[in-house]
Design a protein around this ligand. Structure first.
Ligand code: 9UX
Length: 72
């Protein structure tokens, strides 16, 4: 069964920022879907917890250069 987690992503200022976050998250194993909303500073990620977890996703977003926090 998949998990769905919403992240706050601070620092994205244009659509390409959102694109790079989305691309990086989707490169992780076990990601079903990643939708990044630059206007609302949010990333919604659906994933399979057997392969990846919230912390790995959070760290990946931070590696791209943004401040990420799990919301729920
Ligand atoms: Mo847009 Mo984001 O020109 O780091 S890609 S600001």
């Amino acid at each position: 069964e998949e998990s769905k987690v919403l992240f706050s992503v601070i620092g994205m200022t244009c659509a390409a920022c959102a694109g790079s976050v989305e691309k990086a998250v989707k490169r992780l194993p076990g990601i079903k879907e990643a939708v990044v909303d630059v206007l609302n500073n949010r990333a919604q990620v659906m994933f399979y917890p057997a392969f990846v977890n919230e912390e790995m996703i959070c760290e990946t977003i931070e590696d791209v250069g943004f401040q990420a926090t799990m919301i729920k």
